[in-house]
Write a protein that binds this ligand. Structure first.
Ligand SMILES: [Zn+2]
Length: 132
């Protein structure tokens, strides 16, 4: 269980929402640039409608490599929202300790505390890009 206060959680929820919207806008711009406006329909869905296919899954269906980074970013946001709902948000998935609020403000999708994240990045540094 994290020791975040309701006010802190509210601020972090707003951070996640704005991240989500930024990504969605970036995808929208990408669609417009490529003349695929008809696909923008899928971007009009609001996040968090339970039962709905997530935007990340919808994008993944296009199977377009250039969307991969957006898909990953959206999945991170969606996963953070789920942890928020289940009360696991703000707790490190590796060591179970609270993640510092200062860290979450900078990286609201973070699922590890800074120590575990650094350890993770050292271990997987060669394997690919660092993740939050
Ligand atoms: Zn940890």
């Amino acid at each position: 269980m994290s020791d975040l206060t309701a006010v802190q959680l509210e601020e972090l929820t707003a951070c996640l929402d704005s991240q989500y919207h930024d990504i969605r806008n970036a995808v929208r711009t990408e669609f417009e640039d490529t003349g695929e406006q008809h696909r923008i329909d899928l971007l009009n869905r609001e996040p968090g409608d339970s039962g709905d296919q997530s935007l990340a899954s919808a994008l993944a269906d296009f199977n377009v490599a250039r969307f991969d980074r957006y898909i990953q970013a959206l999945r991170d946001v969606e996963a953070a929202r789920q942890r928020m709902e289940s009360g696991e948000y703000g707790t490190c998935t590796d060591c179970g300790l609270s993640i510092a609020f200062a860290r979450l403000r900078v990286a609201p999708t973070a699922k590890r505390c800074i120590e575990c994240q650094q350890k993770y990045e050292r271990e997987y540094a060669q394997a690919g890009q660092p993740s939050l």
